[in-house]
Design a binder for this molecule. Structure first.
Ligand code: GCU
Length: 138
């Protein structure tokens, strides 16, 4: 299946706000996680089949301190302690990819901040099923 984009501003947001004051985002804005442990963005992603997917977060971090996130799928730990380093400016957007196991049907992919800085600004999630692709995440 082709990669599918899911905008952060359309996801479920707990302790964060949608903003649009830093250029370069896609869609209508991005999510600014509140600066605390536990703020999260949760995307609901449909998958026709169970299996691995490369999941790419487009993000910006205008600080020099990495902002780690834990990724869960339907509440199950998927990729923990993923670091999102500084991108040089809040208007510089980069991507980071993790591989997650999806179930057939509805998948709630949650990215949760694990430090008091909160998460990086989150633009979108791109989900690329890998059933016919054995390349590791980049
Ligand atoms: C600044 C910036 C926000 C960012 C925040 C943060 O306020 O404008 O976009 O989310 O810093 O440190 O999280």
């Amino acid at each position: 299946a082709a990669p599918t984009d899911y905008q952060a501003e359309n996801a479920l947001i707990s302790q964060g706000v949608v903003e649009s004051n830093h250029a370069g985002f896609t869609g209508s804005g991005f999510v600014n996680f509140d600066n605390l442990v536990g703020s999260y963005v949760e995307w609901t992603v449909q998958s026709p089949t169970a299996g691995p997917a490369d999941v790419t977060l487009r993000y910006a971090n205008g600080t020099t301190a990495a902002r780690p996130l834990d990724f869960t799928v339907n509440g199950v730990a998927g990729a923990v302690g993923i670091t999102f380093p500084g991108t040089g400016a809040w208007t510089n957007w980069q991507t980071k990819t993790v591989r997650l196991s999806l179930v057939a049907g509805s998948n709630k992919i949650r990215a949760r901040a694990t430090t008091a800085d909160g998460g990086p600004n989150a633009d979108k999630l791109t989900v690329n099923p890998t059933s016919d692709d054995t390349q590791p995440p980049s």
